[in-house]
Design a protein around this ligand. Structure first.
Ligand SMILES: [Zn+2]
Length: 639
């Protein structure tokens, strides 16, 4: 294609395909190529510089195709969002990069002419590639990650709860950072934010998932938007509905005062009906939702002990509700998919009930109690399935033990399934250098197929690009192609982020630091003090300090000369080294259990809080400090 104007020809007038055309045009213009969008197929066009956008081989499963033709290129996909993915892929092939969410991540090449002979025909390894809201978020943070997700072929976004109010409150109220000014955030504000976010999801044709916990609250006639405590006892629920509450220790009340963590008396048909009615009502009012999550209360070992509930597993009642719900939805012609959750008490499969209309459902395995030091692929079962003793359940830690429970469920459920997992919410702060965790994530995603799962929902902080975007890149690349090697993603991430000349130095620094950090990824004092890991950790800390010292001059030099997205990579790394200057002594105090442990960590927290205005697009300061506080508490014996 020559340097004359390039026509972007929209052959299917769908909002997402129009958006794909706008994105192609905008980015090509930025790179120096003049473009014009043609809104309808024009047969008279005989221009040789044409990019035609269309649907090919229509399917819900993503498929991207790019092929040269006599007029230029045909960029197509199996559905509108795949056409968008293919458009971004086309730009990628010409050197565009999005190395982290937001403007700070954009790399725009300078292009004289459109590259010849780009030919792509790819189907992703997994059908579901979803991000789930967690941590502290602003409207912009969410919009940025949705935008990044589409550019990296992630095809789903999940807002937990109706509006995800708690996540927005954590950001806008800044209750844990005195350096940030709190902003007013009423219900109307959150509604407006979520409406904007839904527009961004719809614009990209991405699958939209919603809700999760909270149906138990709706059945009681109260909101279940977060884990707020209720201090007025049962005042807000009617006398009649108080008997819906699970009975624990002979009493029907909120579980530790948290309505969201309160299960109900599921043997009562009225209760089951109230829950399924609430879901049907919601699904009917929200046709924008592709998949609705139906989870029971949060928390564990909190199920009803009344005489009618005690004899039956909670999963049997759950499946009864799933079947009731499906019948009600079918009766009203509502096609919404329902995602059900295998989690804590529900890990133990039903003894009697079976899911009838399996096409309605997606099984979601959420091994929240697992360790992230090892992958599903390289662990072996140690304890097997433990006995089911209501409210005295002991949950599996080893990843392979967790899988045994899933396999039991899968004996009777043959529909689609996903892993709902937590690598990038807490574990990313155990391994701050991310290399060890990234390897586990890479192996886990590669292994999902062997677990008969069809994808992954990453329950994660929305800002996980500090010090680098490695975890996010591993997530998106491996979900697209489960056979891509770990090193291939590492090389791409670091070459793009830091430039080829020094990318290996940065990767090696973080790889070594991550290795040395290993002895204290997991608590060293609980369940019992592990002297071996403590001593190894203390030795490693001395080595870390030397490595940081010799690495610093390169970072300082690069910060001074690099600009734009690559400049930001070096800046973040520079902040990270400053943070390590404070954190490494704090970890030393933790390992030695010395009395200044808290004070040392607080100094590191003060540093990130003071710099939150600069760091916030890459680092979720609130979750970071929250997770690291667990270590202080552990050292002080507050568990
Ligand atoms: Zn009961």
């Amino acid at each position: 294609m020559d340097t004359a104007e390039t026509f972007i020809n929209i052959q299917e007038n769908h909002p997402t395909i129009r958006f794909a055309a706008k994105e192609l045009s905008r980015y090509l213009n930025l790179a120096g190529i003049k473009t014009k969008i043609l809104l309808e197929r024009s047969k008279a066009q005989k221009n040789k510089n044409q990019i035609s956008l269309c649907i090919d081989r229509p399917s819900e499963t993503d498929h991207i195709l790019i092929k040269p033709d006599k007029n230029g290129y045909i960029i197509s996909g199996s559905n509108p969002r795949s056409v968008l993915f293919a458009s971004y892929r086309f730009l990628y092939e010409m050197g565009f990069r999005w190395i982290r969410p937001g403007k700070r991540g954009e790399i725009i090449p300078s292009i004289k002419r459109i590259k010849k002979d780009i030919s792509i025909d790819e189907i992703p390894s997994y059908k579901y590639r979803t991000l789930c809201i967690e941590g502290a978020v602003s409207c912009q943070h969410v919009i940025d990650i949705i935008d990044w997700a589409a550019k990296n072929y992630m095809n789903g976004y999940f807002i937990q709860f109706h509006l995800g109010t708690s996540f927005f409150k954590r950001w806008y109220q800044h209750s844990d950072n005195p350096y940030m000014k709190p902003e007013k955030l009423g219900k109307e504000d959150v509604e407006k934010i979520v409406a904007r976010i839904i527009k961004e999801i719809e614009k990209r044709g991405i699958r939209f998932e919603r809700m999760g916990h909270g149906w138990t609250c709706r059945a009681l006639g109260i909101e279940g938007e977060g884990w707020d405590t209720e201090n007025e006892g049962l005042k807000k629920i009617s006398q009649e509905k108080q008997k819906y509450l699970a009975m624990l220790n002979g009493k029907r009340e909120f579980f530790r005062n948290v309505p969201l963590n309160t299960n109900l008396c599921y043997s009562n048909p009225e209760v089951r009906s109230a829950i399924t009615d609430a879901i049907v009502d919601y699904a009917e009012k929200h046709p924008e939702v592709d998949a609705l999550h139906f989870w029971l209360a949060d928390g564990s070992n909190n199920n009803c002990e009344c005489e009618n509930c005690i004899k039956t597993r909670v999963s049997d009642f759950y499946v009864m509700m799933l079947n009731e719900l499906d019948k009600k939805l079918t009766l009203r012609n509502i096609p919404t998919k329902i995602i059900f959750l295998i989690y804590v008490d529900l890990l133990w499969p039903p003894e009697r009930e079976k899911i009838e209309n399996q096409d309605r459902f997606i099984i979601m395995f959420a091994p929240i109690t697992r360790s992230y030091s090892h992958s599903f692929s390289d662990t072996k079962p140690e304890e097997g399935i433990k006995p089911y003793v209501k409210n005295k359940l002991v949950f599996p830690k080893n990843a392979a033990d967790n899988m045994l429970y899933l396999q039991r469920w899968q004996e009777n459920f043959k529909g689609d399934g996903v892993d709902f997992d937590y690598h990038i919410i807490w574990a990313c702060y155990y391994d701050l250098n991310h290399f060890t965790l990234a390897k586990v994530l890479h192996k886990d995603i590669g292994y999902l197929k062997k677990m008969n799962l069809h994808g992954f929902i990453s329950c994660q902080v929305q800002r996980a690009s500090f010090p680098t975007n490695l975890l996010m890149d591993i997530l998106s690349r491996t979900l697209w192609n489960r056979k891509i090697s770990f090193n291939a993603v590492v090389e791409e991430t670091f070459d793009n982020a830091f430039g080829k000349k020094y990318s290996r130095d940065v990767a090696e620094f973080l790889r070594k630091m991550s290795d040395l950090w290993k002895p204290f990824f997991e608590p060293v004092f609980i369940p019992k003090t592990d002297e071996k890991r403590i001593n190894l950790g203390l030795d490693n800390i001395k080595k870390m300090q030397d490595i940081c010292k010799s690495f610093r001059p390169l970072v300082k030099k690069q910060v001074a000369c690099e600009k734009n997205a690559v400049g930001w990579s070096w800046k973040y790394l520079d902040y990270y080294l400053e943070l390590l200057d404070l954190l490494i002594p704090a970890y030393s105090a933790y390992l030695r259990r010395s009395s200044d442990c808290r004070e040392k960590f607080e100094r590191a927290f003060d540093f990130v809080k003071k710099n939150e205005k600069i760091l916030h697009p890459a680092l979720d300061v609130s979750t970071f400090t929250g997770v690291l506080r667990w270590r202080i508490n552990e050292a002080e014996g507050i568990v």
